[in-house]
Ligand binder design. Structure first.
Ligand code: AMP
Ligand code: MG
Length: 328
């Protein structure tokens, strides 16, 4: 059995224990406000290599370094532009990841060999206390096997990674439930690589218009940003997206139907789930719901497309990827 320690807050002794494990080069899964992360000492290449092995993550997919302060972020970049300063003042700690030119301090394995580094300061007291206790940035992707559903609870980590993680810190369900917004500040114009809890308009309010990477809004642009594979975040059941109100009049397999706003007519035996017309709430519950439907053994999950509009951008992005076909 994987070791799991319940953490009641930033002063819990479990954090010291976890920090010692990380300092020794091993892996600890910990809560953030987005999803659970699989952490390693981000400046120790052997420890970071264990993350790739545990997840089965391709070496071409770079990692986010988690820091507890702007000062630590600055030590990891070659330049800290005024935009980064303004965004960090407004959104850190919080679910915004900044991609910037890396300094020599960042090991190549963290960057997947590229020239830039992704940085974020998580808004979870346990995550911040852990980073401070280790005294190093923590490399931490989502704590799940590569391409699978991200974990929003400690149990999800245990069932996805099993023995591959040395310790799991359990602080209950995560709040935002979707991965951070990733903003690339290395080009001529700022560009959102992955939509997330912080909307483009919130970023634009600080620094003017931002571009949205095409792959973040439509299918088939898989290679233009590192690691943004088309199929991702996927449940085991086949996820099929349908138009709102479609319903289901007959089914010969075990099907769950997830509606948003109102439940349409469903054949007897189809398991109906109703989510509210509220992007933030659907974002926060989405992965836990898909985990639950997977665990219940459904063959198929039909889910209604969320509405157009920026508020639903991150949820639509994850659903599009989660329903993408497995590469041949
Ligand atoms: P995960 O931590 O699994 O949610 O994934 C982190 C994602 O951040 C990766 O899949 C990349 O898409 C993105 N990322 C990390 N580092 C960089 C970087 N240096 N440049 C661009 N994107 C990055
Ligand atoms: Mg992930």
């Amino acid at each position: 059995m994987t070791r799991l320690l319940v953490v009641r807050g930033p002063d819990d002794p479990a954090i010291g224990e976890a920090a010692a494990i990380l300092a020794a080069g091993a892996l600890v899964a910990f809560p953030t406000e987005t999803v659970y992360g699989l952490g390693a000492d981000g400046l120790n290449p052997e420890a970071v290599a264990r993350i790739y092995a545990a997840k089965g993550r391709p070496a071409t997919n770079p990692l986010i370094l988690h820091v507890a302060s702007v000062a630590s972020a600055k030590a990891l970049v070659a330049q800290w532009p005024v935009e980064a300063q303004l965004l960090a003042e407004r959104f850190w700690p919080g679910p915004l990841t900044l991609v910037l030119p890396a300094s020599a301090a960042v090991p190549a394995i963290v960057r997947a060999g590229g020239p830039s580094v992704a940085l974020r300061c998580p808004a979870h007291p346990v995550a911040l206390a852990l980073i401070r206790a280790v005294g190093q940035p923590l490399a931490a992707p989502s704590a799940n096997r590569s391409q699978h559903l991200s974990p929003t609870r400690a149990e999800h980590v245990a069932s996805s990674l099993g023995e591959a993680v040395d310790l799991i810190l359990d602080a209950g369900p995560t709040a935002a439930g979707l991965e951070s917004t990733i903003l690339d500040l290395t080009g001529d114009r700022p560009r959102i690589l992955r939509p997330g809890p912080i909307a483009p308009a919130e970023i634009a309010a600080i620094m003017g218009p931002v571009d949205l990477w095409k792959g973040a809004v439509m299918a088939g642009e898989t290679q233009a940003a590192p690691g943004m594979a088309e199929r991702h975040y996927a449940p085991r059941a086949r996820l099929v997206l349908v138009a709102p109100g479609t319903g289901l009049s007959s089914a010969s397999d075990r099907v769950a139907y997830v509606a948003i706003g109102a439940l349409p007519p469903l054949a007897a035996g189809v398991h109906g789930v109703l989510l509210p017309m509220d992007a933030e709430e659907v974002g926060s519950r989405l992965y836990a719901l898909l985990h639950e439907l997977d665990d219940a053994g459904f063959d198929r999950i039909l889910m209604e497309w969320p509405p157009q509009g920026e508020a639903w951008l991150a949820v639509r992005d994850r659903l599009r990827r989660a329903s993408a076909k497995e590469p041949a």
